[in-house]
Ligand binder design. Sequence first.
Ligand SMILES: NC(=O)c1ccc[n+]([C@@H]2O[C@H](COP(=O)([O-])OP(=O)(O)OC[C@H]3O[C@@H](n4cnc5c(N)ncnc54)[C@H](OP(=O)(O)O)[C@@H]3O)[C@@H](O)[C@H]2O)c1
Length: 331
Amino acid sequence: MKAIMYHEFGGVEVLKYEDVPDPEIGDDDVLVKVKAVSLNQLDLRLRSGKSPRPIDLPHIGGVDIAGEVGAVGKNVKDLNLGARVVIDPTVKSDGPPKIIGVNLYGGLAENVKVPARNVVPIPDDLSYDEASTLPICYVTAWYGLHERGGLKRGETILVHAAGSGTGSAAVQVAKLSGARVIATAGTDEKLSSAKKIGADETINYSKSDFMEEVRKVTDNRGVDVIFDQIGASVWEKNLLTLAPKGRLLLVGVVGGGSSTINLGPVIVKDISILGVTVFNAPRNNLINVINLVSQKTISPVIDRTFPLKEAASAQKLLEDRNQFGKVVLHP
Ligand SMILES: NC(=O)c1ccc[n+]([C@@H]2O[C@H](COP(=O)([O-])OP(=O)(O)OC[C@H]3O[C@@H](n4cnc5c(N)ncnc54)[C@H](OP(=O)(O)O)[C@@H]3O)[C@@H](O)[C@H]2O)c1
């Protein structure tokens, strides 16, 4: 089969479109013919060798996978050939979970082998492209905002980097939950897209100080929740931007993972700091977002699609911060 494999860490040039052996499935596995695989910042970090998650080389990335069941192991009774499915990437075991596309070969390939229990059927009215956007970004948004952040109707939330796959999902999920959504991003174009998917207020953080702008639009009160994918570079101001009893959801650290900051506001304002990792989200979070898309309550934001062999160009788009929402590849 064809796959995007890398044999060394580096820039997008290490991604090779090559022939690799088809995966051999075990008795409890399923072979999924990949129809759509969406990219995440995680794919870029793994490829560059900068992720704290260790991986073996050579590697086939791709964590967000939708496709069709192509073969089943002999113990797999409840999945028919041709079934339309999305993959829950977290393979739970006695030790730390293994992640498909991280610790195991992923979906940047024509076929992927996964344990049958990681396969989740999708309804016919959900496209493969839509399904491929759900397991990481939309589940992170759902799990972060609801299970970790306890976002309530009528609260105000600040979503940083609203143009990212995860940020655009968070804007949509927050809006659906009845929150007032303030979105930040680095370009006016991304912010006008953020408005179209539900942001009430927008702030271009490359031009203005998000803390000052939030104060202006909240009568100096601040926000109840911050969905932060940036980390160190915005943390000090995040703490100052939260209202009393505010919750800071730390989802990502594209802007740095270590910092020296004044922690005083955490105490004075009873702030809660909560980590969020999608790989801990219960399965029903994925089922919830599948249902929301199937009911057309949420429409996943897909910037563009590429053929699998153009994975390097697709990853470059993310690296250059030029997408709004998700980028999907087709084997
Ligand atoms: N904890 C979890 O379970 C979980 C799950 C999913 C994602 N994440 C994390 O969430 C973050 C976003 O992931 P994603 O896949 O949704 O990202 P993405 O679609 O590639 O978008 C990343 C966006 O972040 C913004 N950004 C701000 N500062 C940046 C910087 N220094 N370098 C690069 N981009 C920067 C950029 O938008 P602007 O140009 O508008 O600034 C960029 O387009 C990552 O940190 C990822 O690891 C965590």
